[in-house]
Structures are given as structure tokens and as C-alpha cells.
Design a protein around this ligand. Structure first.
Ligand code: NOJ
Ligand code: CA
Length: 681
């Protein structure tokens, strides 16, 4: 007994002397409700604050510093002392007006610690940590105080020092093409400066995603690797300091989602839980729905946004699209190129756009009335070409017009290179360049969403600021792009590879809904470029990629050639009672089952990368005791994402219950979609 104690003591000593830096003593601590995730705060000899995270007693995030470099004052990171701390526990459940699941449990333990400088101005700030079973979130709070009124943040020094070797999936930050890069997979030690969410898998299979929640009036956070496995916040630049705020204020939450398996990240609601509750009250005026539009034709270059012989947004074309929508149950019709300003070079040059004025060949009021007569709604399109102030000045008038016409959703767009947003604080004043994810654009999107809400309009932003869960607070911010979408399959060089969607599920989609615009059953882009997907995979995307608005992106004449597959697009809902991640690995494959909200049916989508896969799924998610007809849309024999084989497809039905299992056979680049139609008792 004695001997083993001595041995243990030796072992502990050996550990303490291992090359890892000795830890400073914990001065505050908070654990998740299940006790598995533990956060500790410490101060080093210089009075510098750090946090660390352990999972199951083992370090996951090593000591990572917290603090700021200011532009209008001394740095805020040394000579700190802990003044006070408090903790509390919270367990509540809230309801999403629409979403991946109806009820969301928000269960955490919170630690609030107040730090004050021991010298100079005795400035102070709090750090608030919330420990959840599915990860942690923390933010800084700057109270009102005599020596810190205006805060100009040059740099936030928040670190994420990952304690274990890991594989990382990421896209680069501060590059010209904004968020529209292919995901790369590298060892964590090779990560450059990247955007969030970044997904990590440590050697023992623990999955992490670092992101942020509630990005309000602050600059978006990117991550720069400083050394080894340490990532540091790299805030998006602004004109002057990266962030300018007055105390009191809170920063966005910095988040680390933690899961034992890849699917755990997808099922986590941590980002939403860290956002404020709905501020809009009853949002019953928004209807989750599918839409079609005058869109893919432009990306194929068979139509144009500009007026002239190829103009897509003509009265005649739009009437036909409204008829098609009405015939097949689509609520929305998106029309791009409807307004004045597209003629000439609009890329990064949106000063000619008029957001209330249709082109002469587009009868806006007549079409709105025609749509209404068929139970269809036009979806507005406001491409700004990045002349953002020019757009902002027109928003009140434009949104009032849309509301009057029954246009209750608007797709916005910010097409220009990164860092080229045009800000003009007064008409005829100087133009200043901003970044898509800087503080000024955070304010811009906020303004647009609030204006839209006042007119009962939903917003779907393309080339957006990244999603950080604000849809909880402003539910009308319903969807965004913010990654390579379907359009890259029209003209991308290269187009999206077969692994793209299996990457998105575990990276971009952790931020929130994406307007990916799936369903191109013709599987062919501009000039005959092959889309690297099978037919069944296009259907699976409606389940796998969540958005409360989902486009059926292809041309009606193409759907006419694939009516058997199109049935699934007609049937699939866009609002869910609950969602279950059945299996998946980052960048490899993903299978998700969702139960329709307001109905009894379940839907399943499964996608794979370039590898074929056989996946056995238990149907135990189905309601017990109920019988279903499984309508299976699968890859046909010999299907493959190359050549004609990408069209090989089969539809079949069988009777199933929750006691059954199904074997999914996914072709290379393929997928499978299933509707489980509940049968009457
Ligand atoms: C980029 C958007 O992602 C795309 O959907 C749109 O058609 C063009 N911009 C034009 O606004
Ligand atoms: Ca885009």
C-alpha cells in the first residue's frame, strides 16, 4: 500500500516535470452539468489571465491567454487580479419558431469572474464562461468605468491552445474570395490563418469546433496560428480600430463545441443557446418553404441579369415560373435581374442599382398580383455589388414597396472581393473600404434585418457575414450562403468536388442554415461541365443541408426530364420537429434523419464523398408502433459521379417500422434520400 502510494507520487512528479509547461494554479473553475468538461482560470506571475479546458480529466485546451491590445490606451492583459467570482446553474428549454428541431435544451453551469488591473488605471472586465455538456462558451464583459469609456480594440488576444495533436478542416481567412473556398484537411500544426467554424479531430477521436456566437456590433473572429497548436483570435479589420465600442458592452461568445463523435457537433445547439431569445415576438408571418427561380439560367449563361435578348427577368419568363411554382407546390419565386442596375459591370460596382425600380420589361406589380392569385410569392433580390451605403439608403423605401407587393423574403448579395465593401457615411462623402465580416458590416446586416422585420420580410444573405446563431434573436435572418454553393457547379474552376457537402455538414453548417440551392438534376453546369454528383445525392441534400428556405435550383425543362426524382423535391419539407445525425465522418459521409414539423413523416438524406459506402441504419428513430412506406430514392446499379453513370438512379418503396434496419448503398459521389410516409393506423 505504502509502496504504491510512493510510486504514484513519483509518477505524478514525473508528469509535472514532463516538457509541458507547468500549469499555474486554478483560481476559478466551472464544470459542465455532466462533469466531463471542466474549465479553469489561472493567473501567471505577470498577472496574465488564461483559461484551460479538460475533458474526462485530461487536458483538451491547454493554458490559453485572454486579453486585448487597445489602440487608444495601454494593452489590457497583465497585472490582473481576480476581484470576485460567482457561479450559477441554468437548465431551460425553449422553442424555435422553425428549425432543425422544435425544442432546444439550454443546460449549463456559468462562472463569472471579475478582473481588475493592480496598477495604473485599475481598469476592469469580467469573463463569463458557460460549460455545457456539448462544449464551452465564453465572452468578455466590459462594465461602465471611469478610465475605460471608449474602447478601440486593435487586437483581441484570445487563444485556443489545443492540448492534443489533431486533424483540422478549414478555409483560409482574409483571402479575396471571402468564404467561398474548398475545405482543406491538414494537421493542426499546418493550419494558417483561417475562418471559423474550424473543425478539429484529436487523436483519440474527440471532435471540436471553434466558432463564435452572437456576433453583434463587433468584428468577426478569424484564427491565426501563432505556434504549434495555438490559434489566436484575428479580428476582421475595420476602418481604424477593428472594434470601437463604449462601455458597457459584451463581446460575442467564443465557442468550443466538443463531441465524442463527428455527429455530436452537428447535433449540438450550443451556438443557438448562446444567443439571446427571440426579440421579434410572433413571427408567424414567415413560412418555411421551397422556392424556384430565375437564377440557374444566368449561372449557365443561357440567360442574363442584364437587359437585352438574354434577359431572364422578363414578365413572360416570370409568369411561366409562377405557373411552374403553383403547379408543383413551391411557395416562392426568386427573380434575379429584375431591377435597374445590372447593365454594365456590376461586380464590386453597385452604384447603379435601384432597389425599387424594375427594368422596363418586368411588370413588377402585375407579376406580384399574378403570383398572389396563384398562392405564390415573389422573392426579392437585392444584389448590392458591395455599394452597401447606397443600398442602405434605399432600404426603407424598397422594403416598404416589397411588403405592399406581398414580397416577404429578400435575397441580398455582396459580390466584390474581400475588403472591398464600399462605405460612404454621407452622400457624396468619401468612400471607405470595409471587409464583409468587419464591425461595420455586422452593423449593416443588423440594420437590414431589423428593417426587414418591421416589414415582415425574411432575409437570405449571400456573400454574408458569417452566421453566429443570430436567427434565434432575429428569426427573420432565415438563411445565408457563406460557402461554395451550387453555383460553383455551373462555373467553378474546379467545381465542387464529391466530398464538398460531406465537408460542409461538419464545418460551415455548424454555424447555421445555408442557402446552398440544391436539386440540379440535369447534373450539368455551364458549357456542359459535369457536376460531380449522382442524381440521388442531389435529393439527399434537401435533408442533409438545413435551411428553412430551400431552392429547387434547376430549370423547369430539366425537371421535366426527371419527374421520378423530382417527386422527392416536391414532397420534402423545410421545417422539422426534430433531427438525428445517424452516422458520419468529417469530409467522408453523413446521414441525417429529420421528422417533419406538423406531420408524421420522417425523411432521411445520406451523402458520401468520392468513396462508395454501404451503411446500415437502424430505423429506431421512427415512431414506435407506426407503419411507414419507405419511398427510397437511391443510386442505381453502377452509378458513379462520372459521365452518364451519374444519372443512374432507382426509386422503390417498401414497408418498414422502427424495428427494421435499412442498408444504404451509396455510389462514389452518391447519396440516398428516403421519405418515410406514415401510414394510417
Ligand atoms: C452571388 C450569389 O451567390 C448568387 O446566388 C447570385 O445569383 C449572384 N451573386 C448575383 O447576385
Ligand atoms: Ca456567392
Amino acid at each position: 500500500m505504502r509502496l504504491s502510494l510512493v510510486l504514484l507520487a513519483f509518477a505524478a512528479l514525473a508528469l509535472a516535470q514532463s516538457p509541458a509547461r507547468a500549469e499555474d494554479a486554478a483560481i476559478a473553475r466551472v464544470a459542465s452539468p455532466d462533469g466531463r468538461n471542466v474549465v479553469e482560470l489561472s493567473l501567471n506571475g505577470e498577472g496574465r489571465l488564461a483559461y484551460r479546458v479538460a475533458r474526462d480529466g485530461k487536458p483538451l485546451v491547454a493554458d490559453s491567454r485572454l486579453g486585448f491590445i487597445l489602440r487608444n490606451g495601454r494593452q489590457l492583459l497583465r497585472n490582473l487580479k481576480l476581484e470576485s467570482q460567482s457561479s450559477r446553474a441554468s437548465d431551460s428549454t425553449w422553442e424555435q419558431p422553425w428549425g432543425e428541431r422544435r425544442f432546444v435544451r439550454d443546460h449549463y453551469n456559468e462562472l463569472r469572474a471579475t478582473f481588475v488591473e493592480t496598477d495604473h488605471d485599475h481598469r476592469r472586465f469580467d469573463v463569463v464562461f458557460r460549460a455545457f455538456d456539448d462544449g464551452i462558451g465564453f465572452r468578455y464583459r466590459f462594465p461602465r468605468q471611469p478610465k475605460l469609456g471608449l474602447v478601440e480594440i486593435a487586437d483581441e488576444l484570445t487563444e485556443f491552445s489545443i492540448a492534443r495533436p489533431a486533424t483540422a478542416w478549414w478555409i483560409p481567412a482574409f483571402q479575396w474570395n471571402r468564404e467561398e473556398y474548398l475545405y482543406q484537411r491538414t494537421p493542426l500544426e499546418e493550419v494558417p490563418t483561417v475562418q471559423t467554424p474550424i473543425t478539429l479531430r484529436t487523436e483519440d477521436g474527440t471532435h471540436l469546433s471553434i466558432h463564435e456566437a452572437a456576433l453583434v456590433d463587433y468584428a468577426g473572429m478569424n484564427l491565426a496560428r501563432t505556434e504549434g497548436r495555438t490559434l489566436r483570435a484575428a479580428l476582421t479589420p475595420g476602418d481604424g480600430a477593428k472594434v470601437v465600442r463604449r462601455t458597457p458592452f459584451d463581446t460575442p461568445w467564443r465557442t468550443i463545441q466538443i463531441a465524442d463523435r463527428a455527429g455530436g457537433l452537428v447535433e449540438s445547439d450550443l451556438i443557438l443557446n448562446l444567443n439571446e431569445p427571440n426579440r421579434l415576438g410572433d413571427v408567424g408571418w414567415f413560412h418555411p418553404a421551397k422556392y424556384v427561380g430565375i437564377w440557374w439560367g444566368m449561372h449557365l449563361d443561357v440567360q442574363s441579369w442584364a437587359t437585352g435578348p438574354k434577359h431572364g427577368a422578363t414578365t413572360e419568363n416570370t409568369r411561366r415560373m409562377i405557373d411552374f411554382a403553383a403547379a408543383h407546390g413551391f411557395r416562392g419565386v426568386l427573380v434575379e435581374g429584375w431591377n435597374v442596375g445590372w447593365d454594365g459591370d456590376w461586380f464590386g460596382n453597385g452604384w447603379n442599382f435601384d432597389f425599387s425600380k424594375p427594368t422596363p420589361d418586368y411588370d413588377l406589380p402585375g407579376l406580384a398580383a399574378y403570383a398572389a392569385s396563384k398562392g405564390v410569392h415573389l422573392i426579392g433580390h437585392d444584389e448590392t455589388g458591395c455599394a452597401v451605403s447606397h443600398f442602405e439608403r434605399q432600404v426603407p423605401k424598397a422594403f416598404a414597396l416589397y411588403q405592399q407587393l406581398g414580397i416577404d423574403a429578400v435575397k441580398t448579395g455582396y459580390v466584390c472581393d474581400a475588403g472591398q465593401i464600399e462605405r460612404q457615411d454621407s452622400a457624396n462623402g468619401p468612400v471607405v473600404r470595409e471587409w464583409h465580416e468587419g464591425q461595420w458590416m455586422a452593423r449593416h446586416h443588423q440594420y437590414v434585418v431589423e428593417q426587414a422585420a418591421a416589414h415582415h420580410i425574411a432575409v437570405d444573405a449571400h456573400e454574408p457575414i458569417k452566421d453566429t446563431g443570430l436567427r434565434r434573436t432575429w428569426p427573420n435572418f432565415v438563411s445565408r450562403e457563406g460557402a461554395r454553393g451550387m453555383e460553383y457547379n455551373a462555373w467553378g474552376a474546379p467545381p465542387n468536388p464529391p466530398e464538398h457537402e460531406a465537408n460542409l455538414v461538419f464545418t460551415r453548417m455548424l454555424a447555421g442554415p445555408m442557402d446552398f440551392t440544391p436539386g440540379v438534376l440535369s447534373l450539368t453546369g455551364r458549357g456542359g461541365q459535369e457536376i460531380q454528383s449522382t442524381l440521388a445525392k442531389q435529393l439527399a441534400l434537401y435533408v442533409v443541408i438545413y435551411s428553412p428556405i430551400q431552392m429547387a435550383a434547376d430549370l423547369p425543362e430539366h425537371y421535366a426530364q426527371h419527374m421520378d426524382a423530382f417527386r422527392f423535391i416536391e414532397d420534402v419539407p423545410t421545417d422539422w420537429e426534430t433531427s438525428r445525425m445517424l452516422n458520419g465522418e468529417v469530409g467522408d459521409y453523413a446521414t441525417i434523419a429529420r421528422k417533419q414539423r406538423g406531420g408524421q413523416d420522417w425523411y432521411l438524406g445520406s451523402v458520401t464523398d468520392e468513396q462508395p459506402r454501404t451503411l446500415v441504419v437502424k430505423l429506431d428513430f421512427l415512431d414506435p408502433g407506426r407503419k411507414y412506406e419507405a419511398q427510397v430514392y437511391r443510386d442505381g446499379d453502377g452509378a458513379d459521379w462520372h459521365g452518364d453513370a451519374r444519372f443512374r438512379f432507382a426509386r422503390e418503396t417498401r414497408a418498414v417500422t422502427a424495428a427494421d434496419s435499412l442498408t444504404l448503398k451509396l455510389a462514389p459521389g452518391g447519396g440516398e434520400a428516403i421519405r418515410f410516409k406514415a401510414l394510417p393506423d
